[in-house]
Design a protein around this ligand. Structure first.
Ligand SMILES: NC(=O)c1ccc[n+]([C@@H]2O[C@H](COP(=O)([O-])OP(=O)(O)OC[C@H]3O[C@@H](n4cnc5c(N)ncnc54)[C@H](OP(=O)(O)O)[C@@H]3O)[C@@H](O)[C@H]2O)c1
Length: 267
């Protein structure tokens, strides 16, 4: 009862512990080539360690390893360096605390969370692609105009959530584009990572003791790497989740088509 009060959505550690009671064994990943963006810290690092332990060959694409994915030249170079992979995990993400722009002038969350993931998906062949979205994305309708030109005054939390909504849509659109591959999108709940403590210090302080470990947050990514699931779906704690659970929040077909058009135009 106390846990339900401290963690009403099940996004925290009590929720994970409750949901994990139903989890089975993770599938082995021997022989799988897995690229995880942003695996230098936080959830990506935890996901990489778990994939390594399951026998995968893994690769980190983060600024620490020389890959700034907001730079399209580096994204193209990364695709060329790897040639193809079995699994591509779009984990690198940012919640900016103030308006920042990428080298090509895009707002930073748009550039990293959305544009870079679309480019890498287009340029690097992969049998499976997994986006790490956010529960925050569930609070926003898909709004392409605002996502590409955030209104003033700039609100990083809202802009982050817009891009995370768009990631949920993008996985569905890619599933239609390439029916021979598997595209998934998940959200990790709330995990204690460097990103959360630096971008959301008050939230981080208030949720001490409730946050998941990075390993718990990364669990569904690792599960999806080895699971045989239908394409284009949204997942949380190894279960399919409703992408539109909040009343009034919408994702309309015309907006979805507009999102695809804007991202294709940036290739
Ligand atoms: N933690 C949570 O509770 C939570 C909740 C919902 C969603 N998420 C999502 O989960 C993902 C991981 O979050 P996290 O909390 O682990 O974040 P984090 O601690 O900030 O780690 C982010 C990772 O992304 C990399 N990165 C940042 N900018 C980059 C760039 N321009 N190019 C390439 N890599 C870059 C960072 O490495 P470098 O600094 O070396 O570049 C780091 O490895 C994000 O997509 C986030 O939106 C997290």
């Amino acid at each position: 009862m106390l846990d339900r009060l401290r963690d009403p959505f099940g996004f925290g550690r009590p929720g994970f512990e409750r949901h994990a009671k139903d989890f089975g064994e993770l599938a082995g990943l021997t022989g799988q080539r897995v690229l995880i963006t942003g695996a230098s810290g936080g959830l990506g690092k935890a996901a990489r360690a778990a994939c390594d332990a399951l026998g995968a060959w893994t690769f980190d694409a983060s600024r620490r390893s020389g890959w700034d994915l907001t730079d399209p030249v580096r994204v193209r170079a990364l695709a060329q360096e790897l040639g193809e992979v079995d699994v591509l995990v779009h984990n690198a993400g940012v919640l900016p605390t103030a308006l920042q722009r990428s080298p090509e002038g895009l707002e930073l969350a748009l550039a990293l969370n959305l544009v870079a993931t679309h480019r890498l998906t287009r340029w690097l062949p992969a049998k499976k692609v997994i986006w790490v979205s956010s529960g925050g994305g569930l609070t926003q309708s898909l709004d392409v105009a605002d996502t590409f030109a955030p209104p003033e005054p700039y609100d990083g939390v809202v802009q982050y959530a817009r891009t995370k909504r768009a990631e949920i849509v993008l996985a569905k659109l890619w599933a239609k584009e390439r029916p021979e591959c598997c595209f998934s999108v998940m959200h990790p709940g709330w995990a204690d990572t460097p990103g959360v403590s630096s971008s959301l210090p008050t939230f981080h302080k208030l949720t001490q003791g409730v946050l998941r470990t990075p390993e718990q947050g990364a669990d569904t990514v690792v599960w999806l790497c080895g699971a045989d699931v239908p394409s284009g779906r949204f997942w949380f704690d190894r279960r399919e989740a409703d992408p539109l659970p909040v009343p009034g929040v919408r994702s309309e077909a015309a907006e979805e088509a507009a999102l695809w058009g804007r991202l294709e135009a940036l290739l």
